[in-house]
Design a protein around this ligand. Structure first.
Ligand code: SDX
Length: 418
Protein backbone atom coordinates (compact mmCIF):
# COMPACT_ATOMS: atom_id res chain seq x y z
CA UNK A 1 0.00 0.00 0.00
CA UNK A 2 1.57 3.33 -1.00
CA UNK A 3 1.25 6.23 1.41
CA UNK A 4 1.37 10.03 1.48
CA UNK A 5 3.38 11.78 4.19
CA UNK A 6 1.76 14.70 5.99
CA UNK A 7 3.78 16.66 8.51
CA UNK A 8 2.53 19.60 10.58
CA UNK A 9 2.69 20.79 14.19
CA UNK A 10 5.71 18.55 14.68
CA UNK A 11 3.73 15.45 13.70
CA UNK A 12 4.42 13.27 10.68
CA UNK A 13 1.55 11.11 9.41
CA UNK A 14 1.55 8.38 6.78
CA UNK A 15 -1.81 8.42 4.98
CA UNK A 16 -2.87 5.47 2.80
CA UNK A 17 -3.08 6.16 -0.94
CA UNK A 18 -5.82 4.38 -2.89
CA UNK A 19 -5.72 4.01 -6.70
CA UNK A 20 -8.83 3.73 -8.86
CA UNK A 21 -9.44 1.65 -11.99
CA UNK A 22 -8.12 4.41 -14.26
CA UNK A 23 -5.19 5.15 -11.94
CA UNK A 24 -6.84 8.11 -10.26
CA UNK A 25 -5.20 8.62 -6.88
CA UNK A 26 -6.98 9.28 -3.58
CA UNK A 27 -5.35 10.04 -0.23
CA UNK A 28 -7.41 8.29 2.43
CA UNK A 29 -7.95 10.76 5.31
CA UNK A 30 -10.57 8.67 7.14
CA UNK A 31 -8.35 8.56 10.23
CA UNK A 32 -6.87 12.06 9.94
CA UNK A 33 -8.88 13.73 12.72
CA UNK A 34 -8.49 10.77 15.05
CA UNK A 35 -4.71 10.75 14.70
CA UNK A 36 -3.96 14.46 14.27
CA UNK A 37 -7.00 16.39 15.52
CA UNK A 38 -7.09 18.21 12.18
CA UNK A 39 -9.69 18.08 9.40
CA UNK A 40 -9.28 19.11 5.76
CA UNK A 41 -11.23 22.05 4.34
CA UNK A 42 -12.49 21.95 0.74
CA UNK A 43 -15.50 24.26 0.11
CA UNK A 44 -17.54 22.81 -2.77
CA UNK A 45 -15.67 19.52 -2.48
CA UNK A 46 -13.65 20.20 -5.64
CA UNK A 47 -10.75 18.13 -4.31
CA UNK A 48 -12.63 15.69 -2.10
CA UNK A 49 -13.87 12.21 -2.95
CA UNK A 50 -16.97 11.21 -0.97
CA UNK A 51 -16.99 7.55 -1.98
CA UNK A 52 -15.67 4.84 -4.26
CA UNK A 53 -18.01 4.14 -7.16
CA UNK A 54 -18.12 1.64 -10.03
CA UNK A 55 -20.84 3.37 -12.02
CA UNK A 56 -19.41 6.25 -14.10
CA UNK A 57 -15.92 7.39 -14.99
CA UNK A 58 -15.10 10.93 -16.11
CA UNK A 59 -11.71 12.22 -17.22
CA UNK A 60 -12.31 15.99 -17.23
CA UNK A 61 -8.95 16.81 -18.78
CA UNK A 62 -9.38 14.34 -21.66
CA UNK A 63 -13.14 14.84 -22.09
CA UNK A 64 -13.93 11.18 -21.40
CA UNK A 65 -17.28 9.88 -20.04
CA UNK A 66 -18.06 6.17 -19.58
CA UNK A 67 -21.06 4.43 -17.98
CA UNK A 68 -19.94 1.11 -16.43
CA UNK A 69 -16.90 1.18 -18.76
CA UNK A 70 -18.79 1.90 -21.99
CA UNK A 71 -17.93 5.16 -23.83
CA UNK A 72 -20.80 7.64 -23.95
CA UNK A 73 -20.29 8.07 -27.70
CA UNK A 74 -20.89 4.35 -28.30
CA UNK A 75 -23.91 4.15 -26.01
CA UNK A 76 -25.46 7.25 -27.60
CA UNK A 77 -24.96 5.77 -31.07
CA UNK A 78 -25.94 2.18 -30.42
CA UNK A 79 -28.06 1.71 -27.28
CA UNK A 80 -31.57 2.67 -26.23
CA UNK A 81 -32.28 4.68 -23.10
CA UNK A 82 -33.96 1.67 -21.45
CA UNK A 83 -30.84 -0.44 -22.14
CA UNK A 84 -28.70 2.27 -20.51
CA UNK A 85 -31.10 2.41 -17.54
CA UNK A 86 -30.56 -1.32 -17.02
CA UNK A 87 -26.79 -0.90 -17.44
CA UNK A 88 -26.53 1.90 -14.88
CA UNK A 89 -28.92 0.47 -12.28
CA UNK A 90 -27.95 -3.22 -12.47
CA UNK A 91 -24.42 -2.96 -13.90
CA UNK A 92 -24.94 -4.98 -17.09
CA UNK A 93 -26.26 -4.39 -20.60
CA UNK A 94 -29.34 -6.67 -20.94
CA UNK A 95 -29.68 -9.28 -23.66
CA UNK A 96 -32.68 -9.04 -25.99
CA UNK A 97 -34.95 -11.23 -23.85
CA UNK A 98 -33.83 -9.58 -20.59
CA UNK A 99 -34.42 -6.15 -22.15
CA UNK A 100 -37.95 -7.07 -23.19
CA UNK A 101 -38.71 -8.35 -19.68
CA UNK A 102 -37.28 -5.17 -18.18
CA UNK A 103 -39.27 -2.97 -20.57
CA UNK A 104 -42.43 -4.97 -19.76
CA UNK A 105 -41.85 -4.53 -16.03
CA UNK A 106 -41.63 -0.78 -16.54
CA UNK A 107 -44.72 -0.72 -18.76
CA UNK A 108 -47.01 -2.26 -16.15
CA UNK A 109 -46.02 0.28 -13.51
CA UNK A 110 -46.54 3.56 -15.42
CA UNK A 111 -49.94 4.38 -13.88
CA UNK A 112 -50.23 6.60 -10.82
CA UNK A 113 -52.71 5.72 -8.09
CA UNK A 114 -55.88 7.56 -9.11
CA UNK A 115 -55.94 9.45 -5.80
CA UNK A 116 -52.55 10.99 -6.62
CA UNK A 117 -54.17 12.93 -9.46
CA UNK A 118 -55.89 15.00 -6.79
CA UNK A 119 -52.50 16.37 -5.67
CA UNK A 120 -52.24 18.24 -8.97
CA UNK A 121 -55.46 20.11 -8.18
CA UNK A 122 -53.66 21.82 -5.30
CA UNK A 123 -50.85 23.21 -7.49
CA UNK A 124 -51.38 26.57 -9.22
CA UNK A 125 -51.09 26.42 -13.06
CA UNK A 126 -47.95 28.54 -12.74
CA UNK A 127 -46.30 25.97 -10.46
CA UNK A 128 -42.69 25.28 -11.48
CA UNK A 129 -42.63 21.79 -13.04
CA UNK A 130 -39.49 20.82 -11.06
CA UNK A 131 -41.24 21.72 -7.80
CA UNK A 132 -44.23 19.63 -8.83
CA UNK A 133 -41.94 16.76 -9.83
CA UNK A 134 -40.11 16.82 -6.49
CA UNK A 135 -43.35 17.01 -4.49
CA UNK A 136 -45.05 14.21 -6.44
CA UNK A 137 -42.03 11.91 -6.18
CA UNK A 138 -41.82 12.46 -2.43
CA UNK A 139 -45.54 11.68 -2.17
CA UNK A 140 -44.98 8.25 -3.77
CA UNK A 141 -43.51 7.23 -0.41
CA UNK A 142 -46.96 7.72 1.14
CA UNK A 143 -48.32 5.00 -1.18
CA UNK A 144 -45.43 2.53 -1.44
CA UNK A 145 -43.55 1.58 1.69
CA UNK A 146 -42.26 -1.82 0.58
CA UNK A 147 -38.61 -2.70 -0.17
CA UNK A 148 -36.58 -0.68 -2.63
CA UNK A 149 -36.25 -3.12 -5.53
CA UNK A 150 -39.86 -2.98 -6.76
CA UNK A 151 -39.88 0.71 -5.91
CA UNK A 152 -36.98 1.20 -8.31
CA UNK A 153 -39.17 -0.17 -11.12
CA UNK A 154 -42.14 1.89 -9.93
CA UNK A 155 -40.14 5.12 -9.92
CA UNK A 156 -38.46 4.48 -13.29
CA UNK A 157 -41.92 3.84 -14.76
CA UNK A 158 -43.89 6.58 -13.04
CA UNK A 159 -41.58 9.59 -13.29
CA UNK A 160 -42.46 10.19 -16.96
CA UNK A 161 -46.16 9.98 -16.11
CA UNK A 162 -45.72 12.47 -13.27
CA UNK A 163 -43.73 14.75 -15.60
CA UNK A 164 -46.26 14.60 -18.44
CA UNK A 165 -49.16 15.16 -16.04
CA UNK A 166 -47.42 18.23 -14.60
CA UNK A 167 -47.06 19.63 -18.14
CA UNK A 168 -50.71 18.98 -18.97
CA UNK A 169 -51.70 20.62 -15.69
CA UNK A 170 -49.58 23.70 -16.55
CA UNK A 171 -51.37 24.18 -19.90
CA UNK A 172 -54.82 23.32 -18.62
CA UNK A 173 -55.26 20.20 -20.74
CA UNK A 174 -56.61 16.86 -19.54
CA UNK A 175 -54.10 14.23 -18.46
CA UNK A 176 -53.27 11.59 -21.08
CA UNK A 177 -52.82 8.17 -19.57
CA UNK A 178 -49.82 5.96 -20.30
CA UNK A 179 -50.24 3.36 -23.05
CA UNK A 180 -48.86 -0.14 -22.75
CA UNK A 181 -48.46 -0.54 -26.50
CA UNK A 182 -45.85 2.23 -26.73
CA UNK A 183 -42.14 2.08 -25.93
CA UNK A 184 -40.76 4.15 -23.03
CA UNK A 185 -39.97 7.37 -24.93
CA UNK A 186 -42.95 7.18 -27.31
CA UNK A 187 -45.26 6.77 -24.33
CA UNK A 188 -43.83 9.91 -22.71
CA UNK A 189 -44.24 11.92 -25.93
CA UNK A 190 -47.79 10.65 -26.29
CA UNK A 191 -48.67 11.64 -22.71
CA UNK A 192 -47.13 15.06 -23.32
CA UNK A 193 -48.69 15.94 -26.67
CA UNK A 194 -51.79 13.80 -27.35
CA UNK A 195 -55.13 15.58 -27.04
CA UNK A 196 -58.54 13.88 -26.79
CA UNK A 197 -59.82 15.22 -30.12
CA UNK A 198 -57.12 13.84 -32.39
CA UNK A 199 -54.63 10.97 -32.72
CA UNK A 200 -51.02 11.83 -31.88
CA UNK A 201 -48.49 9.93 -33.97
CA UNK A 202 -44.96 9.84 -32.58
CA UNK A 203 -42.38 11.21 -35.03
CA UNK A 204 -39.46 8.76 -35.17
CA UNK A 205 -36.87 11.55 -35.47
CA UNK A 206 -38.28 13.23 -32.36
CA UNK A 207 -38.42 9.92 -30.50
CA UNK A 208 -34.91 8.83 -31.41
CA UNK A 209 -33.46 12.25 -30.59
CA UNK A 210 -35.11 12.35 -27.17
CA UNK A 211 -33.99 8.77 -26.49
CA UNK A 212 -30.38 9.82 -27.15
CA UNK A 213 -30.66 12.97 -25.03
CA UNK A 214 -31.94 10.92 -22.10
CA UNK A 215 -28.88 8.65 -22.48
CA UNK A 216 -26.54 11.66 -22.42
CA UNK A 217 -28.11 12.89 -19.17
CA UNK A 218 -28.30 9.49 -17.45
CA UNK A 219 -25.38 9.78 -15.03
CA UNK A 220 -22.39 11.94 -14.25
CA UNK A 221 -20.73 10.52 -11.10
CA UNK A 222 -20.73 12.83 -8.05
CA UNK A 223 -22.45 15.92 -9.47
CA UNK A 224 -24.41 18.12 -7.09
CA UNK A 225 -27.75 16.27 -7.34
CA UNK A 226 -26.22 12.77 -7.26
CA UNK A 227 -24.12 13.66 -4.22
CA UNK A 228 -27.33 14.96 -2.65
CA UNK A 229 -28.98 11.59 -3.29
CA UNK A 230 -26.06 9.73 -1.74
CA UNK A 231 -26.04 12.05 1.29
CA UNK A 232 -29.79 11.90 1.94
CA UNK A 233 -29.91 8.18 1.19
CA UNK A 234 -27.11 7.55 3.69
CA UNK A 235 -29.52 8.50 6.48
CA UNK A 236 -31.71 5.52 5.57
CA UNK A 237 -34.42 7.67 3.97
CA UNK A 238 -36.61 5.78 1.50
CA UNK A 239 -35.96 5.82 -2.24
CA UNK A 240 -38.76 8.24 -3.18
CA UNK A 241 -37.93 10.79 -0.47
CA UNK A 242 -34.26 10.60 -1.42
CA UNK A 243 -34.76 11.03 -5.17
CA UNK A 244 -37.09 13.94 -4.46
CA UNK A 245 -34.10 15.79 -2.94
CA UNK A 246 -32.00 15.01 -6.02
CA UNK A 247 -34.70 16.63 -8.18
CA UNK A 248 -34.60 19.72 -5.99
CA UNK A 249 -30.82 19.96 -6.21
CA UNK A 250 -30.94 19.59 -10.00
CA UNK A 251 -33.42 22.46 -10.33
CA UNK A 252 -30.80 25.11 -9.53
CA UNK A 253 -29.59 27.29 -12.47
CA UNK A 254 -25.94 26.38 -11.81
CA UNK A 255 -26.83 22.70 -12.28
CA UNK A 256 -29.74 21.24 -14.22
CA UNK A 257 -31.59 24.54 -14.45
CA UNK A 258 -28.86 25.81 -16.79
CA UNK A 259 -30.51 24.36 -19.92
CA UNK A 260 -33.47 26.69 -19.45
CA UNK A 261 -31.17 29.59 -18.50
CA UNK A 262 -29.20 29.09 -21.74
CA UNK A 263 -32.30 29.55 -23.91
CA UNK A 264 -33.31 32.64 -21.94
CA UNK A 265 -29.76 33.99 -22.38
CA UNK A 266 -29.75 33.30 -26.14
CA UNK A 267 -33.12 35.03 -26.52
CA UNK A 268 -31.73 38.13 -24.74
CA UNK A 269 -28.64 38.15 -26.97
CA UNK A 270 -30.81 37.70 -30.06
CA UNK A 271 -33.03 40.65 -29.02
CA UNK A 272 -29.89 42.69 -28.40
CA UNK A 273 -28.78 42.35 -32.02
CA UNK A 274 -26.55 39.31 -31.38
CA UNK A 275 -24.01 41.59 -29.78
CA UNK A 276 -21.70 38.73 -28.74
CA UNK A 277 -18.84 41.00 -27.64
CA UNK A 278 -21.11 42.75 -25.14
CA UNK A 279 -22.16 39.52 -23.45
CA UNK A 280 -18.70 38.01 -23.49
CA UNK A 281 -17.49 41.18 -21.75
CA UNK A 282 -20.33 40.92 -19.20
CA UNK A 283 -19.43 37.28 -18.52
CA UNK A 284 -15.81 38.27 -17.88
CA UNK A 285 -16.70 41.19 -15.59
CA UNK A 286 -16.41 40.09 -11.95
CA UNK A 287 -18.76 42.91 -10.97
CA UNK A 288 -21.43 41.73 -13.37
CA UNK A 289 -23.58 38.79 -12.16
CA UNK A 290 -24.06 37.68 -15.79
CA UNK A 291 -22.48 34.30 -16.59
CA UNK A 292 -22.30 32.52 -19.90
CA UNK A 293 -24.88 29.87 -19.05
CA UNK A 294 -24.08 26.45 -20.48
CA UNK A 295 -20.37 27.22 -20.29
CA UNK A 296 -17.85 25.93 -17.77
CA UNK A 297 -17.77 22.82 -15.66
CA UNK A 298 -16.29 21.74 -12.35
CA UNK A 299 -14.78 18.62 -13.90
CA UNK A 300 -14.46 19.10 -17.67
CA UNK A 301 -11.47 21.29 -18.51
CA UNK A 302 -11.82 20.15 -22.09
CA UNK A 303 -14.93 19.74 -24.25
CA UNK A 304 -17.83 18.02 -22.47
CA UNK A 305 -18.24 14.98 -24.77
CA UNK A 306 -21.99 15.23 -24.33
CA UNK A 307 -21.99 18.81 -25.63
CA UNK A 308 -20.29 17.67 -28.84
CA UNK A 309 -22.94 14.97 -29.38
CA UNK A 310 -25.82 17.33 -28.59
CA UNK A 311 -24.43 19.99 -30.95
CA UNK A 312 -24.36 17.39 -33.74
CA UNK A 313 -27.90 16.34 -32.81
CA UNK A 314 -29.07 19.95 -33.04
CA UNK A 315 -27.86 20.23 -36.64
CA UNK A 316 -29.20 16.79 -37.52
CA UNK A 317 -32.67 17.09 -36.03
CA UNK A 318 -33.31 20.59 -37.41
CA UNK A 319 -32.27 19.33 -40.85
CA UNK A 320 -34.38 16.15 -40.60
CA UNK A 321 -37.42 18.12 -39.45
CA UNK A 322 -36.80 20.85 -42.04
CA UNK A 323 -36.58 23.49 -39.35
CA UNK A 324 -34.25 26.39 -38.60
CA UNK A 325 -33.62 28.01 -35.24
CA UNK A 326 -31.84 31.38 -35.09
CA UNK A 327 -30.82 30.55 -31.53
CA UNK A 328 -28.62 27.73 -32.84
CA UNK A 329 -26.69 30.17 -35.00
CA UNK A 330 -26.36 32.52 -32.04
CA UNK A 331 -25.16 29.68 -29.81
CA UNK A 332 -22.56 28.58 -32.36
CA UNK A 333 -21.28 32.13 -32.83
CA UNK A 334 -21.19 32.69 -29.09
CA UNK A 335 -19.18 29.48 -28.66
CA UNK A 336 -16.78 30.52 -31.41
CA UNK A 337 -16.22 34.01 -29.93
CA UNK A 338 -15.82 32.66 -26.38
CA UNK A 339 -13.37 29.93 -27.35
CA UNK A 340 -11.17 32.54 -29.04
CA UNK A 341 -11.14 34.70 -25.88
CA UNK A 342 -8.20 34.45 -23.47
CA UNK A 343 -10.52 34.58 -20.40
CA UNK A 344 -12.28 31.38 -21.42
CA UNK A 345 -9.15 29.72 -22.77
CA UNK A 346 -7.19 30.45 -19.59
CA UNK A 347 -9.99 29.12 -17.36
CA UNK A 348 -10.66 26.15 -19.67
CA UNK A 349 -14.31 27.07 -20.01
CA UNK A 350 -16.04 25.03 -22.71
CA UNK A 351 -19.69 24.40 -23.56
CA UNK A 352 -21.25 21.85 -21.23
CA UNK A 353 -24.19 19.57 -21.97
CA UNK A 354 -26.68 22.35 -21.17
CA UNK A 355 -25.38 24.71 -23.86
CA UNK A 356 -27.07 23.04 -26.83
CA UNK A 357 -29.59 20.70 -25.20
CA UNK A 358 -32.32 23.35 -25.01
CA UNK A 359 -32.05 23.95 -28.76
CA UNK A 360 -32.63 20.27 -29.44
CA UNK A 361 -35.56 20.14 -27.02
CA UNK A 362 -37.08 23.18 -28.81
CA UNK A 363 -36.55 21.53 -32.18
CA UNK A 364 -38.50 18.44 -31.10
CA UNK A 365 -41.30 20.59 -29.76
CA UNK A 366 -40.68 20.40 -26.03
CA UNK A 367 -41.56 23.50 -24.00
CA UNK A 368 -38.80 25.47 -22.23
CA UNK A 369 -40.58 25.03 -18.91
CA UNK A 370 -39.96 21.28 -19.17
CA UNK A 371 -36.25 21.31 -20.09
CA UNK A 372 -34.97 20.69 -16.57
CA UNK A 373 -37.69 18.09 -16.01
CA UNK A 374 -36.27 16.28 -19.06
CA UNK A 375 -32.84 16.46 -17.44
CA UNK A 376 -34.36 14.80 -14.34
CA UNK A 377 -36.01 12.08 -16.48
CA UNK A 378 -32.62 11.30 -17.98
CA UNK A 379 -30.71 11.50 -14.66
CA UNK A 380 -33.11 9.27 -12.71
CA UNK A 381 -31.30 5.98 -13.50
CA UNK A 382 -28.02 7.54 -12.38
CA UNK A 383 -29.51 8.68 -9.10
CA UNK A 384 -31.02 5.25 -8.53
CA UNK A 385 -27.76 3.48 -9.42
CA UNK A 386 -25.89 5.57 -6.85
CA UNK A 387 -28.64 5.04 -4.26
CA UNK A 388 -28.32 1.25 -4.72
CA UNK A 389 -24.52 1.34 -4.70
CA UNK A 390 -24.47 3.46 -1.53
CA UNK A 391 -26.96 1.12 0.20
CA UNK A 392 -25.20 -2.08 -0.96
CA UNK A 393 -21.79 -0.82 0.14
CA UNK A 394 -23.29 0.24 3.47
CA UNK A 395 -21.77 3.75 3.22
CA UNK A 396 -21.51 5.52 6.56
CA UNK A 397 -23.97 8.31 7.31
CA UNK A 398 -22.68 11.39 5.43
CA UNK A 399 -21.75 13.93 8.05
CA UNK A 400 -18.96 16.38 7.11
CA UNK A 401 -17.11 18.45 9.72
CA UNK A 402 -16.52 22.23 9.69
CA UNK A 403 -14.21 24.96 10.93
CA UNK A 404 -16.09 27.17 13.40
CA UNK A 405 -15.54 30.92 12.84
CA UNK A 406 -18.29 32.31 15.05
CA UNK A 407 -18.13 34.19 18.40
CA UNK A 408 -16.08 32.83 21.31
CA UNK A 409 -17.91 31.61 24.44
CA UNK A 410 -19.87 34.46 26.01
CA UNK A 411 -22.33 34.61 28.99
CA UNK A 412 -26.07 34.81 28.27
CA UNK A 413 -27.69 38.12 29.36
CA UNK A 414 -31.42 38.00 30.12
CA UNK A 415 -33.55 40.29 27.93
CA UNK A 416 -34.33 42.67 30.81
CA UNK A 417 -30.61 43.45 31.13
CA UNK A 418 -29.73 43.76 27.39
C1 SDX B 1 -24.30 20.64 -15.00
O1 SDX B 1 -21.09 18.39 -11.99
C2 SDX B 1 -21.67 17.91 -13.03
O2 SDX B 1 -21.29 16.88 -13.51
C3 SDX B 1 -22.86 18.73 -13.55
C4 SDX B 1 -23.46 18.27 -14.86
C5 SDX B 1 -24.09 16.91 -14.74
O3 SDX B 1 -24.20 16.20 -15.75
O4 SDX B 1 -24.63 16.60 -13.62
O5 SDX B 1 -22.46 18.23 -15.86
C6 SDX B 1 -24.58 19.21 -15.30
O6 SDX B 1 -24.66 21.12 -13.96
C7 SDX B 1 -23.49 21.42 -16.00
C8 SDX B 1 -23.19 22.89 -15.53
C9 SDX B 1 -24.43 23.73 -15.83
N1 SDX B 1 -24.23 25.10 -15.28
C10 SDX B 1 -23.99 26.14 -16.07
O7 SDX B 1 -23.81 26.08 -17.28
C11 SDX B 1 -23.93 27.49 -15.30
C12 SDX B 1 -22.75 28.32 -15.82
N2 SDX B 1 -21.50 27.69 -15.39
C13 SDX B 1 -20.90 28.18 -14.17
O8 SDX B 1 -21.75 28.72 -13.22
C14 SDX B 1 -19.76 27.30 -13.66
O9 SDX B 1 -18.96 27.02 -14.73
C15 SDX B 1 -20.11 26.02 -12.94
C16 SDX B 1 -21.05 26.23 -11.82
C17 SDX B 1 -20.67 25.01 -13.88
C18 SDX B 1 -18.80 25.44 -12.38
O10 SDX B 1 -18.36 26.35 -11.47
P1 SDX B 1 -17.02 26.09 -10.60
O11 SDX B 1 -16.40 24.79 -10.90
O12 SDX B 1 -17.33 26.40 -9.17
O13 SDX B 1 -16.06 27.14 -11.23
P2 SDX B 1 -15.88 28.58 -10.69
O14 SDX B 1 -17.20 29.22 -10.46
O15 SDX B 1 -14.92 28.53 -9.57
O16 SDX B 1 -15.23 29.26 -11.97
C19 SDX B 1 -13.82 29.30 -12.14
C20 SDX B 1 -13.57 30.61 -12.89
C21 SDX B 1 -14.15 31.82 -12.17
O17 SDX B 1 -13.40 32.94 -12.59
P3 SDX B 1 -12.18 33.47 -11.60
O18 SDX B 1 -12.80 33.62 -10.22
O19 SDX B 1 -11.14 32.39 -11.66
O20 SDX B 1 -11.77 34.77 -12.21
O21 SDX B 1 -14.26 30.57 -14.16
C22 SDX B 1 -15.25 31.58 -14.19
C23 SDX B 1 -15.52 31.98 -12.75
O22 SDX B 1 -15.99 33.31 -12.69
N3 SDX B 1 -16.44 30.98 -14.80
C24 SDX B 1 -17.25 31.62 -15.64
C25 SDX B 1 -18.22 30.67 -16.01
N4 SDX B 1 -17.98 29.52 -15.37
C26 SDX B 1 -16.88 29.72 -14.62
N5 SDX B 1 -17.24 32.87 -16.12
C27 SDX B 1 -18.23 33.20 -16.99
N6 SDX B 1 -19.21 32.35 -17.39
C28 SDX B 1 -19.22 31.08 -16.92
N7 SDX B 1 -20.17 30.24 -17.31
Amino acid sequence: MSTAALSFHGQSLELPVITGTENEVGIDIARLRGTSGAITLDPGYGNTGSCKSAITYIDGEAGILRYRGYAIEELAAGASFVEVVHLLVYGVLPGAEELQQFQDSLTIHTLLHEDMKKFYEGFPPSAKPMSVLSAMVASLSTYYESNDDINIIRLLAKLKTIAAFSYKKSIGQPFVYPRNDLDFVSDFLHMMFAVPSEEYLVNSVVRDTLDMLLILHADHEQNCSTSTVRMVGSSGADLFSTISTGISALSGPLHGGANTAVINMLEVIKKDGANYAKYIAKAKDRNDPFRLMGFGHRVYKNFDPRARLIKQAADRVLDQLGLTDPLLDIAKNLERVALEDEYFIERKLYPNLDFYSGIVYRAIGLPTSMFTVLFALGRLPGWIAHFREMRNSRDRLHRPRQLYTGPEHRPFVAIEHR
